[in-house]
Design a protein around this ligand. Structure first.
Ligand SMILES: NC(=O)c1ccc[n+]([C@@H]2O[C@H](COP(=O)([O-])OP(=O)(O)OC[C@H]3O[C@@H](n4cnc5c(N)ncnc54)[C@H](OP(=O)(O)O)[C@@H]3O)[C@@H](O)[C@H]2O)c1
Length: 251
């Protein structure tokens, strides 16, 4: 663990918090890690590529953020369980952000999608989300405290721009992430037992996935994630929902 003095903007509520962020090595996950780290949290980035992870951690540490990483393929449940279990902080994370994700092949309509492609995308986007929740969620439930934020996509909604055909494995993996979110939130009493579980849509964002012509920056996309991770939790707090730009949107 790289431990160095916290930046001046540390807020007391996050100073002792540990945030695990899958997909934290790049894109939206990295932007969320940077913001939460700047607010004083210790961030543990999860990714597959060791070089990307090491460069992300170095860059955060250079900004005065307490950062570490776990190199693991989120779709591999046994490895996720083992690597999270071996880490000194990750099993007791206060906040879990599931941002790791992959796009499906272009034009991947259902009838043109191979079984291999289907399972590749589902394995990372859906199983990966489940695997991290399984490794960290029980401790949150036991402590009656925690936040789980699943980075979904508007393309997976049953309304608005969602499920309009094409990109089938990607869209359906995100629909399933939404279902997982709502179902888990209900199982945990929709916030009444201390754990908030929500999904969010970042919208089309300039990352390796979204491309350089996308309208919003990774920082703009991460804003709702950071807000969900840091907002006040009381009896009025809305949870078990899908969020976009800090507002609830229909599933
Ligand atoms: N960008 C958009 O326009 C957009 C729009 C809507 C929703 N989203 C969602 O936002 C999330 C983040 O997207 P992004 O644009 O930031 O993507 P990105 O820039 O392509 O970054 C993807 C991240 O996921 C990690 N990852 C991929 N497969 C993994 C695996 N098997 N195991 C562990 N880590 C893995 C990557 O790690 P490595 O560096 O190790 O590969 C990387 O950190 C995704 O869930 C995506 O579906 C994005």
């Amino acid at each position: 663990m790289n431990s160095i003095p916290k930046p001046d903007i540390t807020v007391p509520e996050l100073a002792e918090k540990v945030v695990v962020i899958t997909g934290g090595s790049r894109g939206i996950g990295f932007a969320a890690a940077k913001e939460l780290g700047a607010l004083g949290a210790t961030v543990v980035l999860i990714g597959r590529n060791p070089e990307n992870l090491s460069s992300a951690v170095s860059s955060l540490v250079g900004l005065g953020i307490d950062a570490d990483s776990i190199c693991v393929d989120v779709s591999d449940s046994a490895s996720v369980s083992e690597k999270i279990g071996q880490h000194s902080l990750a099993p007791q994370a206060d906040i879990l952000i599931n941002s790791a994700g992959v796009m499906s092949e272009k034009m991947a309509k259902t009838l043109r999608t191979s079984s291999q492609e289907w399972h590749r995308v589902m394995g990372i986007n859906l199983d990966g989300t489940f695997n991290l929740i399984s490794a960290i969620g029980p401790q949150m439930a036991g402590r009656k405290s925690g936040r789980i934020i699943n980075v979904s996509a508007c393309l997976g909604r049953f309304s608005g721009p969602g499920l309009a055909g094409g990109l089938a494995p990607y869209r359906i993996s995100k629909t399933a992430v939404n279902a997982l979110t709502k179902n888990l939130a209900a199982e945990l009493g929709n916030g009444s037992r201390g754990v908030l579980v929500d999904a969010m849509c970042p919208n089309h964002t300039r990352t390796d996935m979204g491309g350089q012509d996308a309208p919003r920056s990774a920082e703009e996309a991460a804003d709702t994630i950071v807000w969900l991770a840091t907002r006040e939790h009381n009896s009025e707090t809305l949870t078990g929902l899908l969020w976009e730009d800090r507002k609830v949107v229909p599933w």
